[in-house]
Design a protein around this ligand. Structure first.
Ligand code: CP3
Length: 351
């Protein structure tokens, strides 16, 4: 499989964009910048569009998903858009009953707890991805030279929601299943890898210029368990992009003990959370890959001077890495004043 001739990376639109150059390891004079969860509740224009539309319905409405994706690009002048969707969309499209409960997160009607639950999971019919493909195509047609990032949840994080039935603090049930039902666990993670992989592949073929795999809850695993029971499945998710020449970013929260193992599933760029500075992350990775991150979201509410000094410090430490894309260490909190984000973009671009 290869990218179509009219893909933005092939027809001259995004191949030279600062984000793509940085992801390919070419240091830019000032780091490109975007924010995880830049689309969402911090924006009044988002809250307005969401009135009367359930979260996952909005994700499956191409007009809405496209408009919401574009909102933060227009407002903040960020160097990338990230497709507005959710990591649970592909499991919903595969027939699993899931909804997003406001303020809580994804909740399942019937959690997957046993071998027979796992056996009931059905593959994702590619035709179900039509609203995603249309949403991406509409977005890319508007974005011009600004690259769109496609994304998906990594198998462990998705499986955590499936087994727990909702958000959990330490993924205890999921990790118990990993030890007690290793076969069912492997089957479940392969299923997650394939639905996430298909979701990611659809976004890339429809015009996304980069892909980010989120393993948000990877921080609850030991390195040994990660390498044995999780990493092969994350690799399988990325195998759905084989032949598609796009930068692949991998990110997790609390991932600092497994950074190198996460890179080794085939990531070209590593996202770093706020718990270690970028120079230290670069040391742990042996200077092998560009880094993305890692402003502490807690400082978005700090006095302007304190935040500006933090931004400068992150940029300075990012100079140790082969290249750097500025981002947060996790998503934008919904309470963030959006003007604070706009000012960060201005500061970063001013150099
Ligand atoms: O702007 C962007 O970053 C793109 C959109 C995006 C969303 N979810 C939209 C969303 C992305 C990349 C995601 C990924 C996602 N979803 C992850 C991985 C990234 C991360 O944050 O770690 C995870 C773990 C989920 C699962 C999920 N979905 C959670 C935990 C929540 C929050 C629940 C809440 O209400 O606080 C969601 C809902 C969600 N996904 C919202 C948005 C904008 C908020 C829903 C709303 O607006 O009502």
């Amino acid at each position: 499989m290869t990218l179509p001739a009219n893909h933005p990376l092939n027809d001259g639109r995004t191949a030279d964009a600062p984000l793509i150059r940085a992801y390919r390891g070419e240091r830019q004079a000032t780091p490109p910048v975007w924010f995880m969860r830049q689309a969402g509740r911090s924006l009044p224009e988002y809250r307005e569009l969401r009135v009367g539309n359930a979260m996952l319905d909005a994700c499956l409405n191409p007009e809405l998903s496209s408009e919401i994706t574009l909102q933060p690009v227009r407002r903040h002048g960020v160097d990338a858009a990230i497709f507005f969707s959710d990591i649970v969309i592909p499991i919903k499209l595969a027939g699993v009953e899931v909804e997003i409960v406001p303020g809580r997160g994804p909740v399942l009607a019937d959690p997957i707890r046993s071998v027979s639950d796992v056996a009931k999971l059905r593959p994702l019919d590619p035709a179900a991805l039509a609203p995603i493909i249309e949403g991406v195509a509409r977005t890319v047609a508007e974005l011009g030279t600004t690259p769109l990032i496609g994304f998906a949840g990594a198998p462990f994080t998705l499986a955590s929601y499936l087994v727990e039935g909702g958000p959990s603090k330490d993924q205890l049930r999921a990790r118990t299943m990993m030890y007690t039902e290793p076969h069912a666990w492997a089957t479940l993670l392969n299923w997650c890898a394939d639905v996430s992989g298909a979701f990611l592949q659809a976004q890339v073929l429809a015009g996304a210029s980069a892909a980010q795999l989120f393993d948000s809850w990877v921080g609850s695993l030991s390195e040994q368990q990660y390498v044995r029971r999780v990493a092969p499945h994350s690799k399988r998710a990325l195998s759905h992009l084989r032949g598609l020449e796009i930068p692949k970013v991998h990110f997790g929260v609390g991932s600092n003990e497994v950074l190198a193992a996460m890179r080794d599933i085939g990531a070209d760029v590593m996202g770093v959370d706020w718990r270690i500075p970028l120079d230290e992350a670069n040391r742990r990775l042996g200077g092998t890959v560009p880094l993305q991150g890692n402003l502490d979201p807690a400082l978005l509410g700090a006095p302007a001077k304190v935040l500006a000094a933090h931004v400068d410090d992150v940029i300075e430490r990012g100079r140790e890495a082969p290249a750097h894309v500025l981002n947060l260490g996790h998503g934008v909190p919904p309470t963030t004043d959006p003007d604070v984000l706009t000012r960060i973009v201005e500061q970063v671009h001013a150099g």
